[in-house]
Design a protein around this ligand. Sequence first.
Ligand SMILES: [Zn+2]
Length: 425
Amino acid sequence: MNGNGAPPRVGDVTTPSASGTAARTRLERGRGALGPALELVHTGRAPTRAVLTAELGVTRATAGAVAAELEALGLIRVDSRPGGAGGTGGTGGAQGRPSHRLSVAEDGPVALAAQVHSDGFRAALVGLGGRIVATAPGKVTVSADPAQVLGAVVEAGAELLAQSGRRCVGAGLAVPSAVAEPDGTALNPLHLAWPAGSPVRAIFAECVKAAGIDGPALTGNDVNLAALAEHRHGAGRSAQHLLCVATGHRGVGGALVLDGRLHSGSSGLALEVGHLTVNPEGRACHCGSRGCLDVEADPLAFLTAAGRSPGPEVSLLQQARDLLRDEPTEPTVRAATEELIDRLGLGLAGLVNILNPDRIILGGLHRELLHADPERLRAVVADRSLWGRSGGVPILPCTLDHNSLVGAAELAWQPVLDDPLGALA
Ligand SMILES: [Zn+2]
């Protein structure tokens, strides 16, 4: 608390004093500001109470009450010590006093995050700020029965929860498939043996409930969730029209974050960029077409183009990354790198023409391809796209580890970000 005594609690709307009406008005306004304030701290945009005050456009007293309430809920930490531990702090206030520093509570609640991909699955606990606080060892086989896989990943997450002793706000799951709304079905898990149309959200929710975990259980496409996480905590911060393109372990996915919200289309199926044709004479695709980005620019395509026969020991993504890192100048690897960069660039150029993004971020193997030859990729995009030629769209690597897991946790955190008091009280 600050040296002037604790500010009034935001949720306390029954102030019986003579000035009750004014206080009540301020506190009710304060409750409406709790969610926006939490999001500002969660995304690192309000490192101090002075910045929070300015960002919210409220009085210092209201910002103080809001911060105190979020601290009382165990979500953030308000540090009033001048020159205290960590951070640059910043100054604020009329007298130029150092402003109170705000950070997410290090021992606060967590979300259970789960990810399934073609080479396995993983569970983690993720706190506010996109911080992964615990991960279970990754598994390397995926059963053809979604209930078995989701049961196992939830069980691994429940064990982490029991070990941590933390409160859980809910659970989120990332899957390598478009997730059709409003039913939450995995429309086309092309790279898993799961049946098309598997009701993954309902199965996941059942598993979460059976494990005794409270809160919502939500599901989304892995690249959509990666884009959301990167927008809030990583390479996509502050972009208004953020395009994310990434390989998973197999295939290629895309996502668009518009003004901070995922653009998922009318039924959750937007941005299926993996099935853009980038090579009309190319490989047959699982979707029935030919030469799709999905099969022309993923880890298997890279290994094949480099003349390598992938082994079963580690994931295709890891084998492709290792090859690119260890033998970048070997002639067949170099040729494969250029071929994939050109195919990827062609796909990106088409997307740039249609979507006019202000930033592109690349994940999975595409991040390494960008790193291998950024000038080549940028030149292909610029040469092939009208908006790319006229402006030059920044193309950046994703920066978060496990961004799909962090994004899955964002799903579970969303009700808390919308209404912290309502979700936690
Ligand atoms: Zn296809």
